[in-house]
Structure formats: C-alpha cells, structure tokens
Design a protein around this ligand. Structure first.
Ligand SMILES: [Zn+2]
Length: 410
C-alpha cells in the first residue's frame, strides 16, 4: 500500500476544529466517490474548507486514480462525510465520478487493500463496510456508484470470510418461451433464472442448479410471505410479477440538508453503542437483528433481509420518523419505546384448514378480532378476518399472512 501522510499539510479552517472520538466508537467504513472526474486530497480539502466552511477535509483517506492513498486525518477525527453517522464512520473517498467512470484497477485494488487494513485495525466486519448511499438518510445519493455487494464480496474473499452474497445475476424476465407455472420437481433454465432472482433478493434458494428442489421451494415460500402474496410455493403469474417488482418501489427519502454535516442531534447519535442495521448483501445477522424483528413484527430469523427492511419501513412510517428501512440511532430509540410483546412477530400463515389450525397465534388473532378465543382457526374466525381485511382495504382472502398480521398487531 502506497500511503502518503498528509495529516499536517492539507488546508484547515482558521479556527474551527473537528471533534475527536475513541477508536472504539468506530463501527462503519464509508466508501465514497468524489463525484468529480479528477481531483486530489489537496483540492477536496480546499473546497471543504473554503467553500463549505468545514474544519478540514471531509475524508480520512483519498484514493487517487493511480492507486496512491492520501492519509488525511487520524481515525479519531470526526470529520464530515455521512451526516449524522459521522461519529461512527471512517471515510474513504475514491477520486472519480463513477456515474460515468469506473475506478481504475490500481485504484480499486488500493481501496480494497486500505479497507481491509482498516477492518483489521478497527475490528470491523465486512457487513459494516457501507457505501455512502447505504447510510441512514442517503438513499437518494448516488455515492459511491459502484456495486457495494461486489466490493464486499471481494473483501470477504480476501479476508477469508464466508461469502454469502450472489455474483450479480441477470434480471429475471418473464419471456414467451417460459412455462407459465413452475413448481417442485421442475428443471431447466427457467428454474435457474428463478433461483438467480431469489438469490439476488437474498432468499437463498441454495445452489443455482436449475432444479426446483426443497431449498428452492422453501425460498419461494419465504419470498411469497415477504411479498404478502398467496403462499403456496408455486411460481405462477402473481409470484412472477412480485419477483419482478420486489423492492423496486423503495421510497426515495429526500434529505433535508444537502451537505454531509451533522445536525444538532449528532451528539446523541454518536453516544449510541449499538450498530446500525440495514438490508445489505451479505445479510447482516445477529441477536440485535432478532430484537428488531421481534419488535417490528417481522419473521424472527436473525437475518436482516428484505422483509425485515419492509417491516422497519412500516414501523418508521407509523412512528413518523425517517422512512429508510435502516435501524440507526433514531429508529433504535423508537424501538426502545416498544415493549417486546406489543407487536407479536409473524411466524406462519394461518388459514382455514381441516383439521383447524391451532395455536397461540390463532388466539392472538381471535382476541384482536373480538371473537371467541378458543385457539382454533375455524369458519367464524375466518369470517372475522375477512371482515377485518375488507375494512382495512387489503386483499380479502380470510388468510392471515404477513400483511394481515401486521395490520392486526401494529
Ligand atoms: Zn459520498
């Protein structure tokens, strides 16, 4: 690694100084592009100080097109680059506008090597290496405009961590030559395309082998649940459409301030000891994910996948806080106000069957709908569910899936 120490040579504000932190407060590595076709640490420092009035350059490191790395700040310096997440992040900026350019191979290599070094130095796992756009409040910002999934899988390969993410796969397209309905036991290219799409959406269908086996079936079921459509493990027109559109209409959140300066809440944010959670690949996992899933009524599997992100967005909307599907300090605080049992988590699809389905979840549904609480999902309970669905303006099918469940309990 070719690192040039510029900590004492770059432009600085005459009087303003950045705060400092302990290394233990650092939880994320933030990857940026400069959004300029050329540039240097010197030029960015002058711009940040003279035009924006910042204490100094916003980034800790700048990686040039030729792979040379400028070291701009001690890691303890809380500089500006990801707004309210500044306190917990180190900023690495690659020179270039990756909306129209690509990183050079030397530059990419240097950025990977530097990030790997920082991960070791700060004990940061690969799923805490985020692009700027992946931080709370930045889903509108095309930075760094490279695939972070790929960046993370390259890091994981280097560090020998298990790479659970998919190699970017072709989009799943419904074409004329395809069978209309895919189900267990089917084989072929269309099954492979299905598996690729499920993989892309993090439903982990197992090996991409073109065989619709039990793992693929399971992934289809989990996807259908997450998408709030009929759960039958069969890929028909509805599931196909849902596969195509899933997560395609994520909310774009406008950020109040176009700069990366923190707002007045930053002090509270940086005092947070919990890590931020979001849907990235490879999926974040852990006890903290379970806690969130429990509280927002998502399926509790300890993996922060698309369904969890969707439930978090629903929660944020109800709480009237920024809707971005990311559990940052603001959302953590809102979650702290939720008692663990207030939003029982969704675990399975409940429908009218012979013999009747039974369980505590059926009791909960009955209690919520004011029908006799006997723990058996019979026709009267089913009718009450239909009435409820009609009042709520959601699909009236008498089946308690994720959508009905969350309407009942949130
Ligand atoms: Zn950025």
């Amino acid at each position: 690694m070719n690192i040039i120490d510029k900590r004492n040579s770059l432009a600085r504000h005459a009087s303003r100084r950045y705060r400092r932190r302990s290394r233990g407060a650092i939880r994320n590595i933030a990857i940026h592009h400069s959004a300029t076709t050329s540039g240097s640490a010197e030029a960015f420092a002058r711009y940040h100080v003279n035009n924006l009035g910042w204490p100094g350059i916003g980034y800790h490191y700048v990686v040039d097109r030729d792979g040379a790395i400028s070291w701009c700040h001690d890691l303890e310096v809380v500089s500006y680059h990801v707004g309210n997440s500044n306190g917990m992040a180190v900023g690495v900026c690659m020179v270039g506008d990756f909306r129209t350019q690509t990183p050079t191979s030397q530059q990419r290599e240097a950025a990977l090597e530097l990030t790997q070094f920082l991960m070791n130095e700060l004990n940061i796992p690969v799923d805490n290496v985020w692009g700027h756009i992946e931080f709370p409040g930045y889903s509108w910002k095309p930075c760094p405009s490279i695939s972070m999934t790929q960046f993370r899988s390259q890091l994981a390969e280097r560090t020998g961590q298990i790479d659970r993410s998919a190699i970017p796969s072709p989009t799943y397209v419904a074409g004329a030559r395809q069978r209309t309905i895919l189900s267990r036991g089917d084989q072929g290219d269309d099954i492979m395309a299905l598996q690729e799409r499920l993989n892309e959406l993090n439903f982990m269908p197992g090996p991409i082998d073109g065989i619709f086996g039990p793992q693929t079936f399971d992934a289809v079921v989990r996807f259908q649940r997450a998408a709030g459509i009929a759960v039958d493990g069969i890929v028909g027109p509805q599931t196909r459409a849902a596969l195509r559109d899933f997560d395609g209409n994520m909310e774009i959140v406008e950020h109040g301030s176009p700069t990366d300066e923190p707002d007045e809440r930053e002090e509270i944010f940086t005092s947070e000891s919990r890590r931020m959670l979001r849907h990235i690949t490879p999926l974040m996992r852990g006890e903290d994910v379970r806690e969130v899933q429990q509280k927002v009524g998502a399926m509790v599997d300890g993996l922060y996948g698309p369904e969890t992100a969707q439930r978090v967005r629903d929660f944020q909307r109800r709480e009237n806080i920024t809707v971005d599907g990311i559990v940052g300090p603001q959302t953590w605080r809102a979650l702290d106000r939720v008692s663990p049992n207030e939003h029982p988590s969704y675990t399975r699809l409940i429908s009218l069957q012979t013999p009747f389905m039974r369980g505590d979840d059926v009791r909960r549904v009955q209690r919520a709908l004011n029908v006799t609480v006997d723990g058996l999902y019979g026709p009267i309970t089913e009718q009450a569910v239909r009435n409820f669905q009609r009042r709520e303006g959601i699909t009236v099918d008498g089946i308690v899936g994720p959508q009905t469940w969350s309407r009942l309990f949130s």
